[in-house]
Design a protein around this ligand. Structure first.
Ligand SMILES: *Cc1c(COP(=O)(O)O)cnc(C)c1O
Length: 218
């Protein structure tokens, strides 16, 4: 086993101990090579590669893996990824929703999406404030070529580790409310290398891990 596949099994072990239900691992693959990505996709239960830049997504795309989009997405770039992406984690505004619906219709697909939340109300970040999620979700479910599957959340930058739990708990509460309203909702994408165990403790069931799997970026 390679070091990075070992990392995945160590992560699964830690998650097993913290979790309340099943947890899916997405590999955050920015800067990583396609060989590294295929190694974990083919040899571990990691379910998808998550890219956060469109350019990098397209240049790495390989049909042997499933691909999620996890970064900020410009409306004019949706058309480049729509027929390749499994789940878009980062929907945070109406214009993006409209574009995804339109491009998905052209590709004859229903695109699975998550709404990105800005739990810490940080001006530097995209994402919906938690109090706006319910109204936005109501709009999202009306689009025929989009399927709303849940929420994505990130703890605020520079947030102390013991503070992150507070934000994660709030995101979970919003997710639970959404799930009660829309039965298809099933994902809370929350937790990165430095905070995924806390996120899982708060009820995350999809974690996005880069450094924990691949090591520090060079
Ligand atoms: C890079 C990235 C991650 C993973 O970050 P690590 O700290 O390397 O685990 C998760 N989510 C998004 C949106 C990212 O861009």
């Amino acid at each position: 086993m390679s070091i990075i596949t070992n990392n995945v099994y160590a992560i699964i072990d830690r998650i097993e101990k913290a979790r309340k239900g099943g947890v899916e691992i997405i590999a955050a693959t920015k800067t990583r090579s396609i060989a590294e990505i295929l190694d974990i996709i083919q040899n571990t239960p990691v379910s998808a590669a998550g890219e956060n830049r469109v350019q990098e997504f397209i240049s790495k795309y390989d049909e042997r893996a499933q691909w999620d989009f996890i970064g900020q997405l410009q409306t004019n770039k949706v058309k480049y990824i729509i027929d390749k992406v499994r789940l878009i984690h980062s929907v945070d505004r109406l214009s993006l929703l409209e574009t995804i619906d339109k491009e998905a219709a052209k590709s004859n697909k229903v695109q699975d999406i998550l709404l990105e939340t800005n739990t810490g109300r940080e001006a530097s970040k995209g994402g919906l404030y938690l109090e706006d999620v319910a109204a936005f979700a109501e709009k999202a479910v009306a689009f025929p070529n989009v399927r709303l599957l849940g929420l994505m959340a990130v703890a605020p930058i520079n947030c102390q580790e013991n503070q992150a739990q507070r934000y994660f708990d709030r995101a979970y509460a919003e997710y639970a409310a959404l799930k009660a309203r829309y039965p298809q909702v099933k994902y809370l994408s929350m937790g990165m290398s430095n905070d995924y165990l806390r996120a899982v403790e708060s009820g995350a069931n999809l974690v996005r891990l880069g450094r924990a799997i691949f090591g520090e970026r060079k």
